[in-house]
Design a protein around this ligand. Sequence first.
Ligand code: FAD
Ligand code: NAG
Ligand code: NAG
Length: 491
Amino acid sequence: MLFAKLLVVLASALPTIASTFKDKIKRTGIDATFPGDPSYLSASSPFNLRFTWKPAVVTYPENPEEVSQLVQIAVQYNVQVVALSGGHSYIANGLGGQSGVLVVDLRNLGKVTVDSSEGTAVIETGNRLGDVATALANAGRALPHGTCAYVGIGGHAAYGGFGFTSRQWGLTLDTIIAINVVLANGTISRVTNETDPDLFWAFRGAGGSFGLVTSYEVKTFPAPPSATVFEYQWFLDIATAAKGISAFQSFVQTDIPLQFGAEVNFEKGQTSGTLSFTLVGGWYAPVQGLQAVLAPFLRQMPANPEVTLNTGTYLNSVRVLAGGSLDTKPPESHDTFYVKSLMTPTNSPMSDAAVLALSRYLSVEGFASQTEWFVQLELYGGRNSAINNVPRDATSFVNRDSLFTFQFYASSPGKVPPYPQYGFTFLDGAVKSVVSNSPANWEYGAYPNYVDDMLLDWRLRYYGSHYTRLQALKKKYDPRNLFRFPTGIDP
Ligand SMILES: Cc1cc2nc3c(=O)[nH]c(=O)nc-3n(C[C@H](O)[C@H](O)[C@H](O)COP(=O)(O)OP(=O)(O)OC[C@H]3O[C@@H](n4cnc5c(N)ncnc54)[C@H](O)[C@@H]3O)c2cc1C
Ligand SMILES: *[C@@H]1O[C@H](CO)[C@@H](O)[C@H](O)[C@H]1NC(C)=O
Ligand SMILES: *[C@@H]1O[C@H](CO)[C@@H](O)[C@H](O)[C@H]1NC(C)=O
């Protein structure tokens, strides 16, 4: 009798492990989708179709207690856990960056609560930037953040958060006052500079490695009464585009107001050896002042660019920059792409040789490339930039002396898989055109929100001198590396 029972137990031992994990999750009553379920494919489909991770389960908790329950189950069954906010990681890290992970999709944590007297807000991490901007603007408030309405606040605030108000207000992560989080041991905690300065430091720059943030408490800013989105487009030859970049680089180191935010976008030209060069930005002051600010730059550029100015409310500017709508309900289309970033040090601006090499590369190789690409040169610095006014060691986000952040972005033809090898080669060459024409020990960085799975020296470029401290804290708070993913801090 006893013997027979034992056999039955042995025979069923293997399938039991997998099915108890599943049963255990099902028994919590938390909404979940497993491989084979009808909703699984869309639940596990990344923004970047270059990746095809298969999560063990995608879960939809409704509160921090349920997030904690899920973490405890994952610990028990030795399954990795990851937070998914807006799903816009460039390398699908929100799905775990590997297969077999318990994904905690935070979409049901959708509240934004504004405290008008304090000027603060509590933003649950199921929110996308479009929802955040709309909710805050309804209360007359604003936050610095990026342009795409679909990007989630979870990842955005964990790794940076740059927009055209960032010179004035800082990165999204610089506005954080407190972080409500579930830690690797399942504990629900409110982390502040007072309760736990180490963790508070780590979360602002490397959040994904330290816990699942359920809400951010942030300081907000009065929404400016008027905002203008501007665009000046030229089609330039190699030498003129290079002169334009150098002119922009000099211009932004003069005394330009903090209400001015901008980037230069490069796209394919109309013929080989030419480039589309567009100055895009936001001006968060009365429109009458803009021309005087831009004049010293425009004087150095060819006459008669194509100009678009859109002046309106602050929320209007957010909508225009998002491409016309802040609605995040309809599912966004996917892309298949590769991205690289490069943050240039203020104390060592790009040389004329680097600028010319980049201009030539994008005008010639860029024209020939079959990828759909763009390159953005985003202005982080300039005098008194709020991004760079934060002391380097105040947060784990290390690159506080950057003048520019480059984003190099190339999609496969038609934006569908498979991603071609020549896409990698093209972007690697673009970065190289700048770096190989810069000093040998050039202290450039990379931007962790433009996360890049091919960046070999990511520890140095994303975290620099902060990596050692992050690693020590990881050992303390997540010794078993429950939150493990490519470019994550490892203990
Ligand atoms: C179209 C587009 C436009 C963009 N524009 C800008 C821009 O203008 N400025 C800018 O700075 N960046 C921009 N980005 C980059 C963007 O900031 C990052 O991709 C960001 O990390 C995405 O966050 P997410 O929550 O949508 O992504 P997810 O894939 O959900 O998460 C990204 C990473 O953050 C972690 N994470 C997410 N939520 C949490 C949480 N609650 N707790 C702990 N970790 C969490 C994930 O685990 C993952 O590692 C853009 C990206 C795209 C796709
Ligand atoms: C979980 O970890 C945190 C941070 O180290 C610690 O303060 C807390 O006591 C731990 N909780 C448990 C139940 O061990
Ligand atoms: C955190 O506290 C330390 C020590 O009291 C202080 O020096 C630092 O400025 C504080 N940082 C923030 C972001 O409040």
